[in-house]
Design a protein. Structure first.
Length: 107
């Protein structure tokens, strides 16, 4: 059984040609999947990120949910009250069939 403390939502870019009449790219529309109940766990949360003029916070999450195939490259994470945590790139995912859950790493 998974302790539900949030939601994950897959984000897909539309696959239509996205160029105007001059050949310049047009921003593609984002297609949002359904909210899937999950357990969010922070795996990285620090202020060690650095760039030339300062620093930034780094975040990465481990997500556990019922068995599911992740097909998107980006996901959006929500807290249980449906407030947004952020948008992340899917680093990897695998399904533990014996334990009956899917583990997703996002960062």
């Amino acid at each position: 059984m998974i302790y539900i403390n949030g939601y994950i939502q897959e984000l897909y870019a539309s696959s239509e040609a996205s160029f105007d009449s001059s050949g310049r790219p047009i921003k593609s529309e984002v297609c949002e999947g359904e909210l899937i109940p999950c357990m969010l766990r922070s795996s990285v949360d620090d202020k060690k990120g650095e760039y030339k003029d300062g620093g930034y916070s780094r975040y990465a999450y481990e997500v556990h949910m019922q068995p599911y195939v992740i097909g998107a490259k980006r996901v959006r994470l929500y807290r249980l009250d449906k407030s947004i945590v952020g948008e992340f790139v899917v680093q990897s995912w695998n399904t533990a069939s014996i334990l009956n859950f899917t583990q997703v790493f996002v960062g």
